[in-house]
Design a protein around this ligand. Structure first.
Ligand SMILES: Cc1cc2nc3c(=O)[nH]c(=O)nc-3n(C[C@H](O)[C@H](O)[C@H](O)COP(=O)(O)OP(=O)(O)OC[C@H]3O[C@@H](n4cnc5c(N)ncnc54)[C@H](O)[C@@H]3O)c2cc1C
Length: 446
């Protein structure tokens, strides 16, 4: 039995702690805040239920479902409204629906005729020459054309990473797409072949889920079996080697300094926090500094409640995303009360709008009154809203999402090298393994 310290009680740390406990190890999880969950947080205010971080969990893989089942977080989940399959973007200043079948593909104005015809050339496009360094933008425009980049990838990347396709490394951001091109050349043909292959890791029917009490319920389920292992308000200050083991020094709520030795230490804290810990006895301090360099941008989430009759748009979908060429200030809006039940009181709706990110980082740092005003102005036009909101809340994230940028491969190599040089020391988390919740739910335990 090993004695293991996990630093950080977000989804990554909680899942890792539970994995280690199941493997028969003695685990202590140190979390600096007085709650677990990290960026996954939900709040009930005046009858509205808002998610301050992740809003949805996309369960595509069989193994993600199994992890949720193992943590009693599957039977109690709530599947998104079927309307969530209807995705929208802004084009020409108006919200339009993205196609979901052949007929709608032909009739939808999401791409020009030229842009649509260009998609059909995809199976004939050769593989990339220098694919390790290729950006998502280069991949999409090379395989699907410039218009698919502008009106497809650009808003899609902004919806997932609040970033730009030009800044993301394809292999790190979408490893499966990278693999498919490498193995099958064409993405369309490759996907068709893979869907028929035996041992497909994907569920037959992917599910987009949340919970009755918001995403925070996931965190509660992940932590119920570990009440004795979790140490809240314990901020790790220092990690140092100690006779072939690792000494972890924490400061607790009352300011006491506590020190304990462990066989293994797993850091699951975000990239931008790594340098806040003193990593004693590690000669390669430049490597620790490198792990702290994942790029991330500020993001503001603006929650607005309205009386249903104040919003003329039917809100009959997941929400909409704004391509950069549309020159709007907001990045997109989720129709939160359409997606899941219980998000707004009867007769009202809840909209969650994203501002800032890599496209406009300065907007997320504006005073709340200015952010509110720009969101209200743009939503009033796009969704035909009349009247004032009945509910307003804003959440600002200073360092929202660590990007799978061109430096990510190097950061992963650095983390692996440190683990080789310093046995028993491991680095995990979205900045190294991918930010989506399914990735965070499945961290490597060795
Ligand atoms: C606004 C937003 C929206 C998102 N939406 C989605 C979505 O809809 N779907 C999706 O799949 N993903 C989404 N994500 C991504 C996903 O939520 C995160 O990648 C994931 O929750 C990160 O979990 P984590 O455990 O790796 O890190 P974190 O949640 O950051 O947890 C790290 C923990 O470490 C603690 N910590 C830091 N320093 C110390 C220290 N010195 N000592 C002890 N503890 C420390 C922190 O307090 C924190 O609790 C979103 C992210 C954001 C920011």
């Amino acid at each position: 039995m090993k004695h293991i310290a996990i630093i950080g009680g977000g989804v990554t740390g909680l899942t890792l702690a539970s994995k280690q406990k199941k493997a028969g190890n003695k685990v202590k999880l140190f979390e600096s805040e007085n709650r677990v969950g990290g960026v996954v947080q939900s709040k009930r205010i005046n009858g509205f239920l808002i998610d301050l971080g992740a809003n949805t969990l996309n369960v595509r893989l069989k193994k993600t479902k199994k992890i949720l089942e193992d943590h009693n977080a599957w039977n109690n989940c709530v599947e998104a409204n079927k309307l969530a399959n209807k995705r929208m973007i802004v084009r020409g200043g108006n919200i339009i629906e993205l196609p979901h079948g052949l007929l709608s593909f032909i009739t939808s104005p999401f791409l020009s005729i030229k842009g649509k015809i260009r998609l059909f050339f995809e199976p004939f496009i050769p593989r990339a020459k220098n694919s390790e360094q290729e950006t998502v933008a280069s991949f999409i425009s090379r395989r699907l054309g410039k218009e698919a980049l502008m009106y497809g990838a650009n808003p899609f990347i902004s919806g997932i990473y609040a970033s730009k396709p030009e800044s993301l490394n394809l292999k790190q951001a979408f490893p499966k797409l990278w693999d498919i091109e490498k193995n099958y050349r064409s993405i369309i043909l490759g996907m068709l072949k893979l869907s028929k292959k035996k041992g497909n890791p994907n569920l037959k029917k992917p599910r987009l889920i949340s919970y009755h009490n918001g995403m925070e319920e996931l965190v509660e389920n992940l932590s119920t079996s570990m009440k004795d292992e979790i140490f809240l308000s314990h901020s790790v200050q220092k990690i140092s080697p100690s006779k072939n083991r690792w000494a972890v020094t924490c400061k607790n709520k009352s300011g006491e300094i506590l020190k304990e030795d462990f066989d293994e230490v797993f850091s699951t804290i975000p990239s931008h926090k790594i340098s806040s810990i003193e990593w004693n006895g590690i000669k390669e301090q430049q490597d620790i500094a490198k792990l702290s360099t994942a790029s991330n941008y500020p993001l503001a989430l603006v929650y607005l409640g309205f009386k249903r009759e104040s919003v003329k748009h039917p809100l009959d979908g997941f929400g909409f995303l704004v391509p950069e060429v549309e020159n709007l200030k907001i990045l997109g809006t989720l129709f939160s009360s359409t997606l899941f039940p219980g998000r707004a009181p009867d007769g009202q709706v809840l909209l969650t709008t994203f501002v800032g990110g890599e496209r406009n980082p300065e907007l997320a740092n504006l005073p709340e009154s200015k952010i509110l005003s720009l969101v209200k102005t743009e939503l009033a036009h796009l969704l035909d809203i009349h009247g004032d909101p009945t509910f307003v809340e804003i959440k600002k994230w200073k360092n929202a999402i660590p990007l799978p940028d061109q430096g990510m491969a190097e950061r992963k190599k650095t983390a692996e090298n440190l683990s080789k040089m310093y046995p028993g020391l491991f680095f995990r988390g979205g900045h190294l393994e991918g930010v989506s919740l399914p990735n965070c739910l499945d961290p490597r335990s060795f």
